[in-house]
Design a protein around this ligand. Structure first.
Ligand SMILES: O=CC(=O)O
Length: 331
């Protein structure tokens, strides 16, 4: 790339401090208006940029990557999950892919805990009562939720975020169970007093609350399939702050409508930003809590993600391997 600053195309508006720093370091093309880029605008970006900084809302598939110009060398994702990017197609074109792991762990785990509490304790329903002028006073049998202390939480995917959820849930007195490709380190298992289940089905059959916290890959698509959801007990609650594709959303919705599950807390959806009218009706009825993909939405978190992007881009430009390189074998 010589001494010329690389052309870095950023697909969405990022926090001001991140954009300012990017403009100092790179020939950065920003998206000040934050209008999501169309398919043809993305294709144009891949044809002209040296580096593209996309995010979860951009689908970077093999067709798009196939249109990349010779100069296009790095996709520095602003986000942890890279299921929006065809990493194998990028690699076959010698395009490096990076992500922003680690910096959104706590925020996403906090949101998971918030959804557990919101659903079990009917927080969203309760919060509407006073502004609506509908509160006539305390009553012994009104607005009862379910206690979480002592309940069993089954975590599907015990990576960084799953462990951070477990740590928080322990403080709330939940019993920790988890399913993962393999055991986590025994010191972590001991500290969390966590029980490992090799069989996801067997774990699901015994849980009060289930939280999915794994990445979305071809292997984890619909990990909570229609069949697996049927294994859950009717009083169980399902929480998803990871990716919508991990759960068969239509099957989950059906079961909630039929009262075969007690509730759900969803921050992510299978066809984002579209959310089915049925789920919206269930939210109005207080059966589900729906959040608009806010798991990592803190100012500090988003700045930290931007800093990670900058380090990845800068390291790459300096001719070194960027710290958060993603390889197909990691998925
Ligand atoms: O969902 C957000 C991310 O994966 O960073």
């Amino acid at each position: 790339m010589g001494r010329k600053k690389p052309l870095v195309i950023v697909t969405r508006k990022l926090p001001d401090v991140v954009e300012t720093r990017m403009c100092e370091l790179f020939d950065a093309r920003l998206n000040i208006e934050d209008k999501p880029m169309s398919r043809s605008e993305l294709a144009e970006a891949f044809r002209t940029a040296d580096i593209v900084v996309p995010t979860v809302t951009d689908r970077i598939d093999s067709e798009l990557i196939g249109q990349a110009g010779e100069q296009m060398k790095l996709i520095a994702n602003f986000g942890n999950g890279v299921d929006n990017i065809d990493v194998t197609a990028a690699m076959s074109r010698a395009i490096t892919v990076t992500n922003t792991p680690g910096v959104l762990t706590e925020d996403t785990a906090d949101m998971t805990m918030a959804l557990i509490l919101a659903v079990a304790r009917r927080i969203v329903e309760g919060a509407k009562v006073i502004p609506a002028g509908e509160w006539s006073g305390w009553a012994p049998t009104w607005m009862l939720g379910s206690k979480i202390t002592g309940k069993r939480l089954g975590i599907v995917g015990m990576g960084r975020i799953g462990q951070a959820v477990a740590l928080r849930a322990r403080a709330f007195g939940l019993q920790i169970h988890y399913h993962n490709r393999r055991h986590v380190a025994s010191a972590i298992e001991e500290a969390l007093e966590a029980t490992y289940w090799e069989s996801l089905d067997q774990m699901l059959a015994r849980m009060d609350i289930v939280s999915v916290n794994c990445p979305h890959t071809p292997a984890t698509y619909h990990v909570l399939s229609a069949r697996r959801l049927k294994v859950l007990r009717p009083h169980a609650i399902v929480i998803n702050t990871a990716r919508g594709e991990l759960i068969d959303e239509a099957a989950l919705t059906r079961m909630l409508e039929l009262g075969e599950l007690a509730g759900a807390g969803l921050d992510v959806f299978e066809h984002e930003p579209a959310v089915s009218p049925k789920l919206i009706r269930l939210a109005a009825a207080g059966k589900v809590t729906l959040l608009p993909h806010m798991g990592s939405a803190t100012l500090e978190g988003r700045i930290a993600m931007g800093e990670k992007v900058i380090i990845n881009v800068k390291t790459f430009m300096d001719g070194h391997r960027p710290p958060d390189r993603v390889l197909p074998s990691m998925l």
